[in-house]
Ligand binder design. Structure first.
Ligand SMILES: Cc1cc2nc3c(=O)[nH]c(=O)nc-3n(C[C@H](O)[C@H](O)[C@H](O)COP(=O)(O)OP(=O)(O)OC[C@H]3O[C@@H](n4cnc5c(N)ncnc54)[C@H](O)[C@@H]3O)c2cc1C
Length: 496
């Protein structure tokens, strides 16, 4: 045999051996879990395991439908401690699922490893002074709102009811951002299981570096079993969704820009999620508009949205949970999204919409193709709230003073996986072209929001060199064996 061919065969054998070794280790981890924690572990080798099948497919994005060797459903923090110790001792790859809404392949699921789904950890405990609430990592925001609003309180968290708590490990757009800052900034404490299987409660005074790192650091530091969230008194909101026909789009564009540079800054008790949808070869506006007050009409600051000709509106005085469930109802499961951040620029907002619509029309022949485009502000006050609450890892404090940051979300949905080869490369080129355009205009800000990112966007690097170094220091301190990089490979990873 030729020396080169022999080397290739040996390399291949090495890879096969490594894979077999890993398979054996994972099987061993699944067996140990099943033995030590009965009724928590469901294997793919057991035919007809409906829990296994349901767990591995309960994800918003089809890109997350993978084939774990077993799924593990911990019921309490101690179960996670045992599991992480087993994984670390046996070098078993695993994934952590919160609410399953990441669109990044393998961010919260895994092929041939262990899927740790937090979905059973749903306990909710109010602090004695009702200043905070501890919520289990398996809750959805609809469930959290139901519990807090029943007692007259609200938390700063997601706008769609089915989304999970992983949202506050990324950043967290919420109905309450303009007054109270991002979701991540309103986590007063993280209960975290570290790589060595011990649990720490990280807050502003204990393990404060870890607490800071978890405000944007995703799954790089541990498994969070509970989040202690700040509570705000609430009587619900007056809000709902406007549907705008294509003929209203020029007026919607103007209102969006005004919202970013004026309304969201001057009236901190409002929230708008400006949204365009492309479906069935038509583009329309589909925008939730919310006044965070106990009122029965929109305040003057939001009047523009009701004056734009619309074909439907669902505004009423209601609980946030009710609104969060309504938003989910009109929203199909999806595939992929990208994001980037700019300083607001009216001409760029308008140009981006026109190019996005053109792109969607070019993809209209793809079965079930839908496009979604939103742009949400992070106001100077919201940034300042993050700093006041002990800083986050996001690097947005580096933005120009007194200037809003505008975060674009660009999402696509289509029916047939076979179309990926045509859609995904064109989609990536399209978004990168927009970023280049924003850069040429001098309005691009480096921040890439984890929650809306695609797998090949460099999220943690976008937080800036200083924050990356600090994150690396925290990582080395709490997980020197790199378990949450080497074994938890999915999601936005910290480069070491
Ligand atoms: C329909 C829809 C609506 C959305 N609305 C909003 C919105 O209003 N505001 C907003 O900011 N974002 C929104 N998002 C984006 C959303 O915040 C992200 O997709 C977020 O990652 C979802 O968290 P999850 O727990 O549901 O997801 P998962 O996919 O379960 O988790 C996301 C990431 O976090 C990690 N993770 C989850 N839980 C834990 C844990 N307990 N410990 C350690 N790591 C963990 C996972 O490993 C994974 O990498 C929306 C997304 C969708 C699809």
């Amino acid at each position: 045999m030729h020396a080169g061919s022999l080397a290739s065969v040996l390399t291949l054998l090495g890879v096969v051996t490594a894979l077999s070794y890993q398979d054996a280790a994972v099987t061993q981890c699944c067996s140990q879990l099943a033995a030590q924690l009965p009724n928590t572990t469901f294997s793919r080798d057991v035919s007809n395991s409906s829990i296994y099948y349901k767990t591995k497919t309960s994800f918003w994005s089809a890109t997350e439908w993978l084939n774990p060797t077993c799924v593990f459903l911990p019921a309490r923090t101690a179960d996670v401690e045992i599991a992480v110790s087993i994984f670390t001792a046996n070098e078993c790859p695993f994934a952590i699922r919160g609410g399953g809404h990441s669109a990044i392949r393998a961010a919260a699921n895994i092929d041939d490893g262990i899927l740790v789904s937090m979905k059973i950890i749903k306990d909710i405990t109010f602090s004695n002074d009702i200043a905070t609430v501890s919520v289990g990592a398996g809750l959805t925001w609809a469930e959290v709102y139901e519990a807090t609003e029943a007692r007259g309180y609200m938390v700063v968290a997601g706008r769609f009811g089915t989304v999970g708590t992983g949202l506050v490990l990324g950043a967290g757009f919420s109905y309450l951002n303009n007054r109270h800052g991002l979701g991540a900034d309103n986590v007063a404490g993280h209960n975290v299981i570290l790589a060595n299987g011990t649990t720490v409660f990280a807050n502003a005074t204990h393990y404060s570096d870890l607490h800071w790192a978890l405000k944007g650091g995703g799954n790089n530091f541990g498994v969070v079993s509970h989040y202690e969230l700040v509570l705000y008194p609430s009587y619900g909101c007056f809000g709902g969704r406007f549907t705008y026909p294509h003929s209203s789009i020029e007026a919607v564009k103007k209102a969006i820009y005004e919202y970013h540079v004026k309304t969201a800054i001057e009236d901190k008790d409002v929230h708008v999620l400006p949204t365009y949808v492309f479906a069935d070869n038509t583009t329309y506006g589909y925008t939730p508009v919310v006044s965070n007050r106990n009122v029965t009409s929109l305040p003057e600051s939001l009047r523009a949205w009701s004056e734009i000709p619309h074909t439907n509106e669902t505004l009423k005085l209601r609980k946030y949970g009710n609104l969060a469930n309504e938003l989910v109802a009109g929203f199909p499961d999806g595939q992929s999204h990208y994001t980037f951040t700019v300083y607001p620029d009216q001409a760029f907002f308008s140009e981006l919409f026109d190019l996005w619509e053109k792109f969607c029309v070019s993809m209209a022949h793809i079965g079930g193709f839908n496009g979604l485009h939103t742009v949400t502000p992070i106001t100077p006050h919201a940034i300042a709230e993050g700093i006041r609450r002990g800083h986050n890892a996001l690097g947005i404090g580096q933005a120009k003073p007194n200037t809003t940051l505008s975060v674009f979300y660009l999402g696509i949905i289509f029916n047939n996986g076979a179309d990926s080869e045509e859609v995904f490369p064109a989609w990536e080129i399209f978004v990168r072209t927009l970023q280049v355009r924003a850069s040429v205009l001098g309005i691009l800000f480096p921040y890439i929001m984890m929650n809306y990112s695609d797998h090949n966007q460099q999220v943690l690097q976008s937080y800036g060199e200083r924050n990356v170094k600090r994150l690396q220091t925290v990582q080395r301190r709490y997980g020197p064996s790199l378990v949450f990089q080497r074994l938890v490979t999915g999601g936005q990873k910290l480069q070491l």
